[in-house]
Design a protein around this ligand. Sequence first.
Ligand code: CO
Length: 220
Amino acid sequence: MKTLNDLLENNRAWATKINASDPQFFRNLSRQQSPNYLWIGCSDSRVPADQLVGLPPGGLFVHRNVANVVIHTDLNCLSVIQYAVDALKVKHIIVCGHYGCGGVKAALSNSKLGLIDNWLRHVQDVMEKHVELLAAAGDESQCVRLLCELNVIEQVVNVCQTTIVQQAWERGQELSVHGWIYGLEDGLLRDLKMSLTGRSEVAGSHAAAVAAAAAARADA
Ligand code: CO
């Protein structure tokens, strides 16, 4: 039997270190969680949600999938959003994409990888929606960057259109939805200027964010 002793040893060292600085840490955290943020990000191993925003365990409620896609019939993602908003009462939902996303690249090049092609079809829908902006983006690398950004912008809208977020806003619950993108090459997050706090802001904010993303690529 193969065991992953190195990882288990890392875990013991990690827990020991935290216990040394705060002996009550795990006991307190085991009683409840009250994160302020829901993170919806890519499964990519290079985008570690908690670490890159400097939050300890308990800080982020997390959902990750390939290419950070939010689909209206994905019960997995919807269940995470519903529990985060209705039960945990998170104040912010962050959709975070990243440059160099393999899922976005595969969608753009129409690669045939198997089952996942069906999942990435949703990114191809984003691509087709913005085909003219993408054509004007410049070379292939600029095109990938723009589609990574546009994908986040569209998924933010999808989050806002869920019954869960719509109902939270209707009952006056404090809840913002944000679109960010992470740079693998510099470790930095960029705000895509999609920070929405109510239904009436969605259309205007979407148009402005799309225009800003396209203009940034055209200037690059
Ligand atoms: Co990715």
